[in-house]
Structures are given as C-alpha cells and as structure tokens.
Design a protein around this ligand. Structure first.
Ligand code: NAD
Ligand code: GLY
Length: 359
C-alpha cells in the first residue's frame, strides 16, 4: 500500500492506495463519532457494501445505508434529499460520518450531503471507479446537477480520508476504465512529461487492468492533484489547469446529451482539440500533437467527436465555469507536459481545431 497526503493544514488527509486494503484498520482513526451512513448505488452496493458494513460494525459503530439508483441522471436535488431523509430517519447527529462508496456520482452527492447536513458532518471517500480514484475523490469538490447546468450546486468539502482499492476495479466495465484513463493522461499532458513516457510504456497493461500498474497510475495522478489542491484549494488560479480538455469536452457532452458519451471520453477528445489549438498557435509541434492523439487512442478513447454545428459547439463552450467577465479562458499546452490557462488565443484557430477533430 502507498500513502499520500493532501496538505491542507489542520484539514490534511491521507489517500491510501493499494489492493485488498483493510478498511477496519485504515478507517478506524478517521471515524470520529459513533454513527456512519454509507451512501452507495444499486450497482456497487451488491458488490462491496457488506464488506464495509462488516468492517465498520467491527469498530463498534452504528451503520446505516442509503442506496441510490445508478446514474448521472439521478445526481439531482431529489435524490440528494433521499440522503438527508436517511440521515434524519436514522437519527444521526452532528458528529456522524457520511461514507461515499461508489464512483464520482456517489462521491459528489454524498460529499455535498455531508457538507449540508446539520451544516457539516464528517465525510469519507471510498472511490470505486478509476475516474473517482484519480480525480473526483480528491480535492473536495462536491455537488449535484441542476436542469440548467452540470455540477452547478455544490460545496467544497474535504474528506477525512480516501481509500482507493485497486481490487474493486476488477468489476469495472472496460469502457469506464478507459474513461478514468483519460483523466490519468490529463495529468501527464498538463504537467508531467515523464509520466507521459511511463504511460506510453505501460498503456496496454493499464487497459488490461494490471492492478500494480493501476496503483502506480493512481498514485502519480493523485500526487499531482494533491499538490495542486494544496496550493489552490478553491480554484483561484492553478487548480483550473485540471480542466485541460474539459471546456471542449463539456461542449461535446452537452450537445450529445449526458450519458451518450462518458465524461472521460469527452475529455479525451477535448484534450485533442486543446493540443490541436496549441499546435496551431505554434506552442507544441505536430509530433507532440500526434503523440497526444496516440496515447489517447491506445487507451481506447475517441480522438474525434461526431459532427457538431460550430455555433452550437461555441454556445456550449460559452457556458463554461472558467468564463470570467464574459471572457472564455482555455487550458492549453505551452509545451507538451506543461499547460497554462489563458484568454490569449486566436478564436479563428480555435474554431479550426474544433472542426479538424470531428468525424
Ligand atoms: P459513475 O459514478 O457514474 O460510475 C460509473 C459507473 O460505474 C456507474 O454505473 C457505477 O455504478 C459503476 N461502478 C462504480 N464502481 C464500480 C465497480 N467497482 N465495479 C463495477 N461498476 C462500478 O461515474 P464516474 O466516472 O466515477 O464519475 C463521474 C462523476 O464524477 C460525474 O458526475 C462528474 O461530474 C464527477 N466528477 C467530479 C469531480 C470532482 O472533483 N468532484 C471530478 C471529476 C468528475
Ligand atoms: N476535477 C477538477 C478539480 O477537481 O478541480
């Protein structure tokens, strides 16, 4: 097992990464009160819930559960309320802990519930998808969707501890594993050229689910994210780099309708568009662009999106959370492995980069 810390002063917390982790031993120091609410969904609960119930009950805690339907479309206020109902019906107090057992949807919802219930209770993340292990479980962003926008209602709520168990990835559908690899590749492209070379050496084994290599990929990704979050918890600056490919990706997801393409798939093609624009601006070479496309393809991720009318694509991009004072900011690659956030880009070249990477 490897351990990392997110350095946030007295809110510092560990990320445990390994296979067949022992939740009883690892969670013990981090469950403060006597009551634990495990939030999961109808897919993950039959696989892993009992393991955690048994481990936490052995710590002499009262465990209650809240099992939500599976899917991004349930990441809404109505289903958030089911978590509050469960907490209130179980008579949980201000020193209770909410534990998220699932992917990013469950982590975001349970985290937000824990931030709001009685103005804030303890929170633990047990991410069970690769995407949630390398991204959503670390850094404290939580929330739900609103009919007018994704992740528009939420809170920063850092967990007490994150437990990333590679053995749980064995049941993950290959398409979901690849979607998680998109976020792994993102860390390499935005700030770690050596990690890109490592991914180039191991990509086929990662796609095949090699647990040792996946643990290394999760460790390196989380180390990167933990450093950025420690410097810029509330995204006043550097944290926005973590959105490489996301502004283009959100436009693809929004146009196609959420659920058609997975988030990681849209981010993958979004990163190609960001690299393409960076190349057109003379920042990276054609070889760098080809290298970007190749590593994304080798992760079984799409490098082109379906044809989307340019005016609609641009309209969706304009809704991005990085728009400041009406001005779009993009995360681009100044060099391969070194991203910047900038409003200094040529709109004409951006449109060319979008059109060049559609079917
Ligand atoms: P998800 O939570 O929908 O999980 C994907 C699918 O895998 C679901 O069907 C789920 O039930 C299933 N699943 C989960 N673990 C499994 C396992 N071990 N075995 C078998 N099936 C399993 O999707 P995701 O990709 O984990 O997360 C996407 C969500 O994360 C989005 O809502 C996105 O907005 C959010 N997100 C948040 C942040 C953040 O910083 N908070 C960052 C990135 C993404
Ligand atoms: N997923 C981007 C962030 O956590 O900031």
């Amino acid at each position: 097992m490897q351990t990392l810390h997110v350095e946030l002063g007295d809110r510092r917390y560990p990320i445990f990464i390994g296979s067949d982790l022992n939740p009883q031993a690892l969670l013990k120091p981090y469950i403060k009160g006597r009551q634990v609410m495990i939030v999961s969904n109808t897919t993950v609960a039959p696989l892993y819930l009992q393991h955690y119930v048994t481990a936490i009950e052995a710590l002499d805690k009262t465990v209650a559960t809240c099992i939500l339907p599976d899917g991004e479309k349930f990441k809404d206020i109505e289903h958030l309320n089911l978590i509050f109902n469960a907490l209130l019906e179980a008579g949980f107090n201000r020193d209770c802990t909410v534990l998220a057992l699932g992917g990013g949807v469950i982590g975001d919802m349970a985290g937000f519930a824990s931030a709001a219930f009685q103005r804030g209770v303890y929170f633990i993340q047990v991410p069970t998808t690769l995407l949630s292990q390398v991204d959503s479980s670390v850094g404290g962003k939580t929330g739900i969707n609103h009919p007018l926008g994704k992740n528009m209602i939420g809170a920063f709520q850092q967990p007490q501890v994150v437990l990333a168990d590679m053995s749980q990835l064995k049941t993950l559908p290959p398409r979901e594993l690849s979607a998680g690899l998109a976020e792994v590749i993102k860390y390499a492209l935005l700030g770690d050229i050596e990690f890109l070379a490592w991914l180039e050496t191991h990509m086929e084994q990662l796609v095949a689910g090699d647990a040792t290599l996946l643990a290394e990929a999760v460790y390196r990704s989380c180390a990167h994210k933990a450093r950025i979050v420690a410097n810029d918890e509330k995204e006043q600056g550097e944290r926005a780099l973590l959105n490489l490919g996301h502004t283009f990706g959100h436009a693809i997801e929004s146009y196609l309708g959420y659920g058609e393409w997975l988030h990681g798939e849209a981010v993958a093609t979004g990163m190609v568009m960001a690299a393409d624009l960076s190349q057109r601006m003379g920042w990276i070479s054609l070889d760098d662009l080809e290298r970007t496309k190749k590593i994304i393809s080798r992760a079984n991720l799409p490098i082109v999106c379906p044809k989307i009318p340019l005016d609609e694509f641009l309209a969706f991009m304009a809704h991005d959370k990085k728009v400041l004072n009406g001005q779009l900011r993009l995360v681009l690659m100044q060099q391969l492995g070194q991203a910047v956030i900038t409003k200094e880009f040529d709109v004409e070249l951006m449109q060319q980069a979008i059109l060049a990477n559609q079917e």
